[in-house]
Ligand binder design. Structure first.
Ligand SMILES: *[C@@H]1O[C@H](CO)[C@@H](O)[C@H](O)[C@H]1NC(C)=O
Length: 187
């Protein structure tokens, strides 16, 4: 399955875009302050489109998680805060926002890699946070089609390995009612 997806990535047309806006300090500040508008600025500068990482994952889940914070306990809120800060900081530090030209496929891979790194960095907190009501409310945030995403599954498996006891995918699926999670409107 993994091999097939690597082939698909390899054969899909390479999609390169030039920066359409100048480097904007307000946008950089959004990123440093962990504000979801950073993703919007990024997509404006490099319009890869709704099927690429910045819109499909970065902006969508940043705004959803932000709206869902009140569904989570302290550990869950701290996890969201750590991971979203980690993501925007890495996108800035690794100079993706400030490039002049970007390949949307490469940006997708970078986004997936950065998500993986940020989850691994926060593994201990993840293990403590991904339980009880948090577990159900985290699950409720994720679109059905995104649950099948192989890189997300690989990331969850890798983080679960770091928990004591280890968590498999079955330990991360919803295990109760999700009606206590305030529904998040589709973006
Ligand atoms: C920078 O981005 C902000 C937020 O999107 C926007 O309001 C502002 O007009 C932009 N500034 C420039 C010089 O483009």
């Amino acid at each position: 399955m993994l091999f097939a997806s690597l082939l698909l990535i390899g054969f899909s047309e390479s999609h390169t875009v030039q920066a359409t806006t100048s480097i904007n300090q307000t946008c950089l500040n959004f990123g440093h302050r962990n504000n979801c508008q950073f993703y919007k600025c990024f997509e404006e500068r490099f319009p890869c489109g709704p099927n690429y990482w910045m819109s499909k994952w970065g902006y969508k889940y940043c705004t959803r998680m932000r709206k869902s914070l009140s569904n989570l306990d302290g550990n869950g809120q701290e996890l969201i805060k750590q991971i979203s800060t980690c993501l925007t900081n890495k996108l800035i530090k690794q100079r993706y926002y400030t490039m002049n030209v970007i390949n949307c496929e490469n940006l997708r891979l970078a986004g997936q890699r950065i998500v993986h790194e940020c989850y691994i960095t926060s593994a201990e907190l993840f293990c403590n946070a991904f339980k009880g009501k948090n577990r159900n409310c985290f699950n409720q945030l994720i679109d059905n089609e995104d649950r099948q995403d192989l890189t997300l599954i690989r990331t969850l498996l890798a983080v679960g390995q770091r928990c004591t006891p280890k968590k498999g995918l079955a330990d991360m699926r919803p295990n109760g009612k999700m009606d206590k999670c305030i529904p998040t409107p589709n973006q």
